[in-house]
Design a protein around this ligand. Sequence first.
Ligand code: FES
Length: 123
Amino acid sequence: MSTTDTNDTPQPVKPKIGSYHRHLLVCTGPRCSEDGASQALFDSLGDKFKASGLNNGPLRVKRSRVSCFAACKGGPIVAVQPDGTWYYNVTPENMDRIIDEHLCNGRKVEELVFHQAGEVQAD
Ligand code: FES
């Protein structure tokens, strides 16, 4: 019989998150956009998602900030997962297009894509 009582060890609390269809990651780091444009973009997403019905339901999009994707130019930069689609120059107007075309209707906004997971990149 063991003398160590493992029941006294505090166990980590298992986290929970709501179900979602896609996850939008926004870089709010200092090197890919200036003047807080990326943070402003992130801050706008709650209202934009609500207006588009992406805040809940089967197409719900979870949003998160990251500090750097190691891309560091042409921002604001966002990544749509699990699609593996990376967008640059995500102005407010371009974000509206991404929401309407990609997040609501499943069609990438090709001219704003700078990387697509699983595709060979031509230099
Ligand atoms: S700071 Fe945004 S990708 Fe590096």
